[in-house]
Design a protein around this ligand. Structure first.
Ligand code: ACM
Ligand code: ZN
Length: 751
């Protein structure tokens, strides 16, 4: 039998998307080209006298970054830029409304707010075409304003520390793309990063740790980097960053975490915990039982801290965290239990709500507003609190329907610490899968909010947690280009479709990011493999992000060198191997972004067999149900949600049908062991055989001790029934204890 058959589907010409829109990101609300020719010029001369120094400094610094868009060395043909305050007062001035036009002679900016002047200039720069030795602009008119007032990016400087210059750079690029809110995550278990004069130990002790986890949290055994690591910002540095951001139209919302994520603070002041136990600043990630005690001493301490924070940050909102605070210590603490009794609270959730209310009243008195993660809904939402909805959209929906302000940042679409591409080829990340296309599809207004309560959605924010992000180059890699997709969701009311957005990236935006020297990711451009089950085999098709077929190269890696087969085509049919298992490396090539993807394909005797599931998989983990177990492709590690079939109803049962009686020597069955995600190995695998589907006979039984289980089979059979026995419940002391575990399965390699 021939090992492979090839279907050639060569591409003749690539379809191109035509442009009726500008290449500006975020997409302006209204842009129209005026009649006439593009005007060629060599220098843009802006009259910026009379602007505040902060603003003119920003314009000059952008001119430096984008020198190639404002000045050419050829004969000076100028375009003059007029900058003036907008005369009308009616339309959208609160959302940074501006008008911009070019009439073939001069460019004209009419702005309503300092930020809107910067936004107009950013838009203008993006509309200038670089033609090598000259510049050009096509005459146009443009009106623009933001859809949402909160367009946020977050940065965690606790898990890893970033310098003042790096934070400024983060803000710089945000501002160019019309982000206006920087959420600065300043305190956490692994480091306290803001100087507080009244409590110097917070930074003397709390800003440094002596160990940091190597590899991923789930990697076993864990190993540690024991370098002394840390840093903090002095109050002088903070003032400097706040001023810098303000010049760029960016408000900084500081976050001081409470009552959880407090290990660094408690390392400095252990008396603020429930137990008083002295523990070091931790270098492990995750959620810790030791949190701030709810006693008066802690409340006063945190209000003192907030007093200094308010002095430094003029923002309306102050973020007090509120997420991931286990109630273990509070349950066992006399002072916390006294609080529950004295304030007639039902339980520890109401105690957390009471705790947050102490901060809400304090901040409200000072003329500020409290914002916290959606856990602050548990036990009752404090009267003036705004909610940041991160555990899905439910918290945001509930808060908006209670007429509280909401910032949407659900993990599914807004967490930039998640993988943006195949976890096997991407740098180590937290987990999850949030590719560019998914970010782009996000709508900050969830279904489920009544029309009159939509006004409580302030906007949306993307978050960058930095457990696995040790340097700033990696920060940029995780944020760009996903931040360009995200700003479309909060700024534009008429964002174009995803394919047009990608064209804009390749035609314009990547050149701008290069001028900033931003280390952006091209993960989104990698071709993907589509797998379909065919009669007695599998078809693998390589497709581009534009959903076009792309060419692939194939190499057999299980044969000696010299006998390697290299063939091009966009679709390959593998018929089931009749002889020994062979492995292939398949690479798909994409021309526009010069990217490629590779998978390993194992051609074995079970490829393309029919499988009937008696136990249905969980709907969220049923990707490619009919082929996943017999498509020759092993599930990815770290696990990223697809390429595995996930079950959570106890034992897993399915029948594999062959078209004739086949004698298999053995089968290697794979299962995933990822206990932090509640995914456990099955206990054993039992195989039954039948020829008629009615009478079954047990032919093998194997205890499972690792992720791959080899099971010897005997006899010739038409049907095999597999039964994986699962644990009744997740054992004590493990994440998800007491719940039914998940069983995750991938390839069955028949030999
Ligand atoms: C969070 O991601 N713990 C807010
Ligand atoms: Zn306590």
């Amino acid at each position: 039998m021939k090992p492979i058959t090839l279907l050639f589907l060569f591409l003749f010409g690539v379809t191109s998307v035509s442009f009726s829109q500008s290449h500006v990101i975020p997409t302006p609300q209204f842009y129209e080209q005026s009649p006439g020719e593009s005007f060629k010029f060599s220098i843009l001369i802006a009259d910026i006298t009379g602007l505040p120094k902060g603003t003119s400094d920003v314009l000059l610094s952008w001119n430096n970054t984008f020198r190639h868009l404002v000045e050419k060395k050829s004969d000076a043909i100028p375009v003059a830029l007029k900058v003036r305050l907008h005369q009308t007062t009616e339309k959208h001035p609160e959302n940074d409304f501006y008008e911009l036009s070019f009439n073939g002679k001069f460019a004209d900016i009419q702005y309503t707010t300092p930020a809107s002047l910067l936004y107009a200039y950013s838009t203008l720069l993006q509309l200038i075409e670089d033609e090598g030795n000259q510049l050009s602009i096509h005459p146009f008119t443009l009106k623009d304003h933001a859809q949402f007032p909160w367009r946020g990016l977050h940065l965690d400087v606790c898990r890893h520390f970033f310098t003042v210059d790096e934070v400024k750079r983060y803000i710089d690029i945000m501002s160019f793309y019309k982000y206006n809110t920087f959420h600065w995550h300043l305190t956490d278990d692994q480091g306290w990063r803001i100087e507080i004069k009244k409590y110097p130990l917070l930074t003397e002790i709390g800003a440094y740790r002596d160990s940091t986890l190597n590899d991923h949290y789930n990697t076993s055994p864990r190993t540690w980097n024991t370098e002394h690591y840390g840093g903090f910002y002095t109050q002088e540095q903070i003032k400097e960053v706040v001023r810098y951001a303000s010049d760029r139209g960016v408000t900084i919302v500081p976050e001081i975490e409470m009552p959880g994520h407090a290990r660094a603070a408690l390392a400095a002041y252990p008396q603020l915990s429930c137990t008083g136990m002295q523990q070091p600043v931790t270098g492990l990630w995750g959620v810790f039982d030791d949190i701030f005690c709810s006693k008066q001493e802690t409340i006063s301490f945190l209000q003192d801290v907030l007093t200094e924070v308010i002095e430094l940050f003029p923002s309306e909102y102050i973020h007090i965290g509120g997420d991931e605070a286990p109630k273990t210590r509070w349950k066992a603490c006399e002072k916390c239990q006294n609080n529950i009794r004295n304030h007639q609270l039902k339980d520890e959730h109401e105690l957390q709500s009471w705790f947050i209310r102490q901060m809400d009243e304090f901040l409200t008195k000072k003329g500020r507003k409290l914002i916290g993660w959606d856990e602050i809904l548990e036990g009752g939402l404090s009267p003036n609190a705004a909610v940041m909805s991160w555990r899905g959209e439910e918290g945001g929906i509930a808060a908006a329907n209670e007429q509280h302000e909401v910032v949407m940042t659900p993990g599914s679409h807004c967490y930039f610490d998640h993988y943006q591409g195949d976890s096997q080829t991407e740098p180590l990340a937290f987990g999850g899968y949030t590719p560019l296309e998914k970010v782009y599809a996000y709508n900050p207004v969830p279904a489920g909010i009544s029309a009159e309560n939509k006004q409580y959605i302030l906007g949306a924010q993307a978050n960058l947690w930095t457990e696995y992000i040790a340097d700033f180059k990696q920060v940029e890699y995780m944020v760009y280009p996903r931040a360009l997709a995200m700003i479309q969701n909060t700024w534009s009311e008429n964002k174009p479709d995803y394919q047009t957005f990608i064209q804009t990236l390749s035609n314009r935006q990547f050149d701008l990011l290069k001028a900033w020297n931003v280390n952006y990711a091209l993960s989104f451009a990698k071709p993907v493999f589509q797998i379909t089950k065919e009669d007695r085999g599998i078809v693998i098709t390589g497709t581009s992000i534009e959903k076009n077929p792309v060419n692939m190269a194939l190499k057999c890696t299980s044969q000696k060198k010299g006998k390697e087969l290299i063939i091009m085509g966009s679709s390959i049919y593998f018929s089931r191997s009749g002889s020994d298992t062979k492995t292939y490396r398949i690479t798909a090539f994409e021309n526009k972004f010069h990217s490629s993807s590779t998978i390993n394909f194992i051609n074995h005797k079970g490829i393309g067999l029919d499988i009937e599931f008696i136990t249905p998989p969980n709907k969220r983990y049923a990707h490619n149900l009919e082929s996943t177990l017999i498509d020759g492709i092993l599930g990815a590690r770290p696990w990223n949600g697809s390429q595995w079939l996930g079950f959570n109803q106890g034992n897993v049962e399915f029948i594999v049908r062959t078209d004739e009686k086949i004698n298999y020597k053995s089968v290697i069955a794979s299962a995933l062991n990822a206990t932090t995600s509640w995914i456990h190995l099955p206990e054993s695998i039992i195989v039954y055989a039948s020829d008629d589907g009615n009478n079954w006979k047990e032919i093998a039984r194997q205890k499972v001790t690792g992720e791959q289980t080899k099971i010897a089979l005997k006899g010739k059979h038409k049907q095999l029934k597999f039964v994986y026995t699962a644990l009744e419940a997740i054992p004590e002391g493990m994440p998800g204890e007491g719940y039914k575990p998940f069983t995750f399965l991938d390839e069955l390699i028949f030999e």
